[in-house]
Each structure stands twice: as C-alpha cells, then as structure tokens.
Ligand binder design. Structure first.
Ligand code: SAM
Ligand code: SF4
Length: 480
C-alpha cells in the first residue's frame, strides 16, 4: 500500500473566503416575508432562475400551509420541466475505511474500536465491480476514509481499476468519488483518471457545531480547508462537484441556506454551480451515540420541505437522496425534486460479494445503517410502475458537457432531447441484459409510452434504431 504525504492545508483556492456569514444568515432566518413577496419568489423560480440566499430564506420562513403547498407544487413542476421523469441510478463502492479523523457521527471514525478496518485489494475491488456490473450498474461512486493510504494517486489507481473491469460488453461508464478534500495537485491527479463528479459534504456549515463534531487536531477540524475544497476542485479541472450537508447536526434551515450560499459562491466565481447536492440525514451507526450528535433531528415533513425548497433555489442542480432513507420516503421525494438515487448498494467494505443478496447489514463493517436495502431490480421495477424512466445515462461528461458548458446546455429542451433518449437506450440495455420478467414487462410499457410521446422526425427514428440494435445485437453504449 502506498504511503503518501497528505496535502498542505494552507493552499486555498483563489476564491478562498469563508462565505458562511452566520450572523447574517441567522438574521435572515428570523425575518418573515409577506405572502405577496413569497409568491414573487415562487414565480421567479417557476422561470427556472436560481434564487438568492435572501429569497431562499424567505421560502424557508414561509410556514403558512397554503404557501408551503405552493412551494411543493412548484417543485413538482420544476422537476418535470427540467428533468422530465428520468431518475438516474448509481451504486456506491466503499473502497477503504481507515480514517485519521474522528467525526463523532461516523462509524469509521478513528476512535471507534468496533469498526472492522479494511481496504479492498485491487483484486477485491475488481470482484466487487464485476458484481455491480452483473446486476446492471453503469455508474458508481467510490468512497474513501481520510488516510495517508488514500492519497490522490491511490484514488486515481482505484478509478482506473474500476474503469478497466469488463463483464461481457459491460463496464462502469462513470466513476464519481466521495473523498476527503485534496490539494489542487491532488484534484488534477484524480481528474486525469477520468472521475465524473467529485463529491464532498461540508457536514455542517455551522462553525460551532462543526468544531464540536470534528475534534481539534484532526485534519477534518479545519473548516475552511473543507469549505474551499469544491472551489479548488473546479480550479483544477474537476468542474462537476457535488455538495452536501449531513442533516441533524445543526438547524436544517441554516444548512439549506448555506448550501445555497455555497452554490451561489461557486456560480459567482467560476460560472458553474454544483452538479449535485446531497442532504443525508444522520443514521444509526455502530459506536455512535445518536443523541450526542443529532441535536437537530429533521422530521420527514421538514425533510421533504427542504428538498422542495432546494429544487426551487437551484433548479439545475441534481438532487440526490440515498438509501439512508426508507423506500417510501424516497418515493415521495422523487416527485418534487430528487433526480438521482442509489439502488442495490452495499456499504460494507466488500459487501457486494461477501454479503450476497442477504438483506441483513453487517453493521460493524459499515459506516452507518441503510434505510432502503432493496435490490436494483426491485427499485427499477417500482420506478417503472410509478411512471419514471430509470436512467443509467453517462453521456454528458463523456461528451464534455460538464461544468460551465453543462450550465449553458441546461436549458429546457436541450436536456430533455439528450437525456430522455439516453435514458431510454440505457433502460433498454437493462431490460435486455438484466431485468426480471416483471421489471421487463413494466419497462416495455414505459418505453412504448415514452417513445410515443417523442415527436416524429429524425431524432425519433435514431432512438428507435438504437433501441432495436440493443434488443437484437450485442451493441451497447449508444448515446447521444
Ligand atoms: N471520509 C470522507 C469525508 O469525510 O469526506 C468521505 C467518506 S464518508 C464515508 C461520506 C459521508 O457519509 C460523510 O461525508 C458524511 O456526511 C456521511 N456520514 C457519516 N456518518 C454518517 C451517519 N452516521 N449517517 C449518515 N451519513 C453519515
Ligand atoms: Fe472519516 Fe469521513 Fe467518517 Fe469522518 S466522515 S470519520 S472523515 S470516513
């Protein structure tokens, strides 16, 4: 295993300032806007314009049932207009859980004696990926603890290894990473390996809570190094970044406001917003006393409300709800904002092979407990029965439609002209190669229904041609 020096934490980005103006955000969260102003803000977001921090605060403070309902309705509409009925699917691959940090909420934290430490060998990683491919996955996110063993060169090697695995004519087409903050040089190294999104969660934007959760002296206790990491990633060429906060640590309204401030900060400085935002809620984990970390429990209603408000505030940013959440709640969240979910994921290191298809979770090997442990096929079947198009599309980043360029293209029509056809062809791949009979029947219904909606013309002809080739030949990966 390589031993690498960890990056110097003083080299911030050019935009490296602490934009989390806590007193200001807190004052905004005390100010209530009148219903007329709220309606104006809702109208602005209907126009698919990103909202300012002040406008987001006004939505967060709107507690009249009628206004909340309007926010949900608008989120539903925006979701339809910007994303159509596609849902992008991925699965995580946990590579190693050694960690030098001591985050109080995490099962992998270094002081947890109950955590079983392990890093997959290259061979084990290949075997895990083979299993993902056999189930039908095309997109993965590789997850790492923070440790000198997991430096950028090591992460890049893992990404290359994942891309190189082939099962029949299938391989992983997009590898995202969730890893500790890197230096500019580190980001250049992982970018050169062809990562899709670089995802890093701030955990909490609230300074005091951040300090409480990340003990002094650990690398992660450096708030600014972490806050600045998406900016450094963008400056180094990783222009698809994923932001997130771990909900339950601090006031949810404050975290939403800060996430929007973070998106605005990136937009202002780099003309590119985050590709995705995640909002995991804290889950039980072995060796974690939930009561000690979850001072601001977010109930399901508020959780759904925060998703809807994010949908209005950052209309072109993908929203992710992971299998931390139970199936029923994920289903509801899909209706008004969420555009990406993981499915059939195992978060124990080695879990795809060693746990088989068992639903039981080996908690001592996992970072936390999952809420939705259905298989990929079960999730796809439900999506189809609910009228969604499950998508494994990876075309945009492979064709260079990322970052600022993606922003330019992220206009109604363009995304749907590219994304819906790619969703349909990747769905056809899944149905032909992996689906259970029930899923196949549901999928054929959706394919026909969606195909009938496409206006006659060359694009329709091309889509049909590709679908037929996938059905009748070994040709795969035919994207627009
Ligand atoms: N070590 C890297 C870091 O901290 O950035 C990334 C890996 S960590 C395995 C991925 C994310 O899981 C963390 O950023 C945190 O938000 C989330 N997480 C940690 N403990 C959790 C818990 N008990 N419940 C839910 N999510 C948790
Ligand atoms: Fe380590 Fe990340 Fe867990 Fe913190 S959240 S203990 S950095 S794996």
């Amino acid at each position: 295993m390589p031993t690498l020096a960890l990056a110097d934490m003083n080299q911030l980005s050019e935009s490296g300032i602490d934009f989390v103006d806590e007193p200001y955000f807190e004052s905004l969260l005390k100010r209530k806007a009148d219903p007329g102003r709220i309606r104006e803000i809702i109208a602005k977001s209907k126009n698919k314009e990103a909202l300012e921090v002040e406008e987001t605060a006004a939505l967060l403070n709107a507690d009249e049932p009628e206004l909340i309902e309007q926010i949900f309705d608008t989120a539903r509409q925006l979701k339809k207009d910007v994303y159509g009925n596609r849902i992008v699917l991925f699965a995580p691959i946990y590579v190693g859980n050694y960690c030098i940090n001591d985050c109080k909420y995490c099962g992998f934290r270094r002081s947890n004696p109950d955590s079983v430490r392990r890093t997959l060998t290259a061979e084990e990683l290949r075997k895990q990926i083979e299993m993902l491919l056999k189930k039908g996955h095309k997109r993965t996110i590789a997850v790492f603890g923070e440790h000198r063993n997991y430096g950028p060169e090591y992460i890049a090697d893992c990404v290359n290894e994942i891309y190189s695995v082939q099962v029949g004519n299938n391989s992983i087409r997009r590898v995202n990473i969730n890893a500790a903050p890197l230096s500019h040089e580190g980001y250049r190294i992982v970018k050169a390996a062809g990562i899709g999104t670089y995802q890093v969660f701030q955990e909490t934007y609230h300074h005091t809570t951040y300090a409480k959760m990340h003990p002094k002296g650990t690398r992660k206790s450096n708030f600014m190094w972490r806050l600045d990491s998406p900016a450094r990633a963008i400056e180094s060429g990783c222009d698809d970044v994923g932001l997130g906060a771990l909900f339950g640590l601090a006031d949810w309204k404050f975290e939403v406001l800060s996430l929007v401030a973070h998106a605005t900060h990136l937009m202002e400085h780099y003309h590119v917003g985050p590709h995705t935002i995640s909002f995991p809620r804290i889950r039980p984990a072995i060796g974690v006393t939930i009561k000690e970390v979850m001072e601001h429990d977010v109930n399901d209603n508020d959780f759904l409300r925060l998703i809807a408000i994010l949908r209005l505030s950052v209309p072109y940013t993908g929203l992710i709800v992971t299998a931390r959440e139970p199936a029923a709640l994920r289903k509801t969240a899909l209706g008004f904002g969420v555009s990406q979910i993981d499915a059939g994921g195992r978060i124990e290191i080695g879990g795809y092979i060693e746990s088989g298809d068992a639903q039981a979770q080996a908690l001592e090997k996992a970072q936390f407990e999952l809420g939705d442990v259905r298989s990929l096929d079960e999730v796809i079947c439900q999506l189809l029965n609910d009228g969604y198009i499950p998508s494994f599309c990876t075309a945009c980043y492979r064709l260079g439609r990322t970052g600022e360029i993606f922003m330019e293209h992220a206009i109604p029509g363009f995304i749907q002209n590219m994304c819906t056809p790619n969703a349909l062809t990747t769905l056809q791949e899944y149905l032909t190669d992996f689906a259970s009979p029930e899923t196949k029947a549901a999928g054929e219904r959706i394919l026909k229904q969606e195909f009938d909606k496409i206006p006659d013309g060359k694009r329709k002809f091309d889509i049909l041609d590709r679908i037929e080739r996938i059905r009748n030949t070994d040709e795969r990966d035919l994207y627009f």
